[in-house]
Design a binder for this molecule. Sequence first.
Ligand code: IMP
Ligand code: MG
Length: 190
Amino acid sequence: MNKKSTGKKKTVKKAKGNKNLKTFISSQKVAARVKALARRISKDYAGKVPIFIGVLNGSFIFISDLVREVTVDVEIDFLKLSSYGDSKISSGEVRLLKDLNCQIEGRDIIIVEDIIDSGLSMKYIRDLVLQHHPASLEFCALLMKKGLSNLSFNIKYVGFEIENRFVVGYGLDYAQKYRNLKEVAILLNG
Ligand code: IMP
Ligand code: MG
């Protein structure tokens, strides 16, 4: 069938050619960084079976690429927090929308997040997980906004530190859109 005759709009997969989007981190750069993080994690957790906990929805692409590059055995679970809704600014309040299904006690836990902005979500998750007495707890974020996170604990694995810009793609959304971009992009007029 002739594609042009369907009248369907092409799905946005790249910022290029979209006037609302500007490429910020190319898909090649993201992939290389994910591999490097996975190598470090594989080394740090040699002989262990960590549980990767993805924070939904934003981390779904990052965690799936990350765990496929990790060479140690892993287990995977997800939790879901209240999101920004359709706004670009955090409500300042975090609510748990989906709890964990795994047993945390005595296990090595790695929280996987798309982006850390104020750090409120990570703080909430840290308190939640620590109540269940893990053997260890670390955090892995693809992106971390510079200067904004007033965190009292360390984020061990960070993909990229970025300026305070609102970004989309590679799992990150604006009003649920753009998660399927292969790259990280800046939203110009959203
Ligand atoms: P925090 O609790 O303020 O650190 O916010 C973290 C969450 O807000 C992330 O998991 C994202 O879901 C969302 N978020 C923060 N900054 C951005 C952004 O620039 N683009 C898309 N989502 C963002
Ligand atoms: Mg998120």
